[in-house]
Design a protein around this ligand. Structure first.
Ligand SMILES: [Zn+2]
Length: 233
């Protein structure tokens, strides 16, 4: 095992040299087992997981009892096969309506638009927002080929037409893509008699919502400003 780890360190450090010899890390037959190789390959497909971390995780799983590994893989495939998305807001849910949409304690007149469910979790943790959410499932990014039709925008427009809705809060990340998406939504919604607001820029430009601390994010929601003010600056 030590030998394998050493090779990984060597490969990482000498990646440039290796490429000169037209060798690709993935092509190297350095594993003693194809099963091990396959498992490491699967882990490296996950975001943020390099080959060294993948190997460490696989070896960790190998040291566990078979039932523990069964539970691990079973919960992931069950999640993938059985998870459903809320009919109304696209939050991950076990029912047709997520617990937030189904709750009678929520303020149904306000919808907070977020990129993905990590943002719902971050905002819920602040305890400063009692309205409903709408998960876009991404943001407009021409560089990555993501256009408005790839996102849950038409369902947002439908919801915005409900007489219950009085305000829509844009709570997207403060990047150029976030701004583009805010502007697109503003143009689609501005003819409606509802307040369109954007979370205050207590969050630095370029920040992802999920990394903002709870107090800052909570304040940004409380101090949200009319969207039109944000584009006239
Ligand atoms: Zn929902």
């Amino acid at each position: 095992m030590h030998y394998v780890s050493s090779i990984f360190i060597l490969i990482d450090q000498n990646h440039v040299n290796l490429t000169q010899f037209n060798l690709k890390i993935a092509d190297l037959e350095i594993f003693s087992s194809k099963l091990l190789q396959a498992a490491v390959d699967e882990f490296t497909r996950l975001p943020g997981i390099g080959r060294k971390t993948a190997l460490r995780l696989v070896l960790h799983l190998l040291r566990q009892k078979p039932e523990a590994v069964e539970n691990f893989s079973g919960s992931i495939s069950k999640l993938r096969n059985e998870v459903i998305y809320c009919n109304r807001c696209n939050n991950i849910s076990d029912q047709e309506l997520c617990t937030i949409c189904a709750s009678h304690a929520r303020d149904t007149s306000t919808i907070c638009v977020v990129e993905d469910i990590r943002d719902i979790i971050a905002i819920e943790n602040t305890g400063q927002f009692s309205g409903l959410y709408h998960v876009l499932g991404g943001i407009i990014s021409p560089m990555e080929g993501i256009g408005p039709n790839d996102l849950n925008i038409s369902s947002l427009l439908e919801r915005a037409n409900s007489p219950d809705v009085k305000e829509i809060v844009f709570a997207l990340c403060t990047t150029m893509e976030g701004d583009t998406t805010n502007y697109y939504l503003f143009k689609k919604l501005k003819h409606l008699e509802i307040k369109l607001s954007v979370i205050a820029r207590g969050i630095s430009i370029g920040d992802e919502l999920e990394y903002a601390d709870e107090v800052t994010l909570g304040r940004s929601i409380i101090n949200r400003t009319p969207y039109e003010h944000s584009i006239s600056r």
